[in-house]
Design a protein around this ligand. Structure first.
Ligand code: FES
Length: 147
């Protein structure tokens, strides 16, 4: 049995310890806001927070999580809520598929830097791909979330 602390609650699951965390989060536990994109660590759709840092859950085996606390886009942290509000105000999503990963990476950025510059935002968000090209609105929403 593996215990995962996700969004403040402990979930006990019986899975292969090598299962990618993404499958455990989506298919076993049911937090489907976290998305499968490339499955190879390139796109960022599967980002979750592990102890406040954004990680690709498609690349991380369940066994690597240990006692670390996970937050998905369904979580309720202060920075994530601030960003979700700003995302809505700036109509960021187009198709929306990548946006939970974008929000998680932006949350990790604000967790470490409460007033990021444009360059900080560019550097942090480079790990997340948006095929609709919503990058300008993402940057605007991050900037306005910290005003
Ligand atoms: Fe994990 Fe693309 S699905 S990085």
């Amino acid at each position: 049995m593996t215990k995962l602390k996700i969004n403040g609650e402990i979930h006990t699951i019986d899975v292969d310890p090598e299962m990618p965390l993404l499958w455990a989060i989506r298919d076993i536990i049911g937090f489907t806001g976290t998305k499968f994109g490339c499955g190879k660590g390139f796109c960022g759709a599967c980002m979750v927070l592990m102890d406040g840092n954004a990680v690709n859950s498609c690349q991380l085996p369940v066994s690597a999580v240990g006692e670390n606390e996970l937050i998905t886009v369904e979580g309720q942290t202060e920075n994530l809520q601030l960003l979700q509000k700003s995302w809505a105000e700036h109509n960021v999503p187009q198709c929306g598929f990548c946006q939970s990963g974008q929000l998680i990476t932006a949350t990790a950025l604000l967790n470490g830097n409460s007033n990021p510059s444009d360059e900080d935002i560019n550097n942090a968000m480079v790990r997340n791909i948006c095929r609709c090209g919503t990058y300008p609105r993402i940057k605007k929403a991050i900037n306005h979330s910290v005003e």
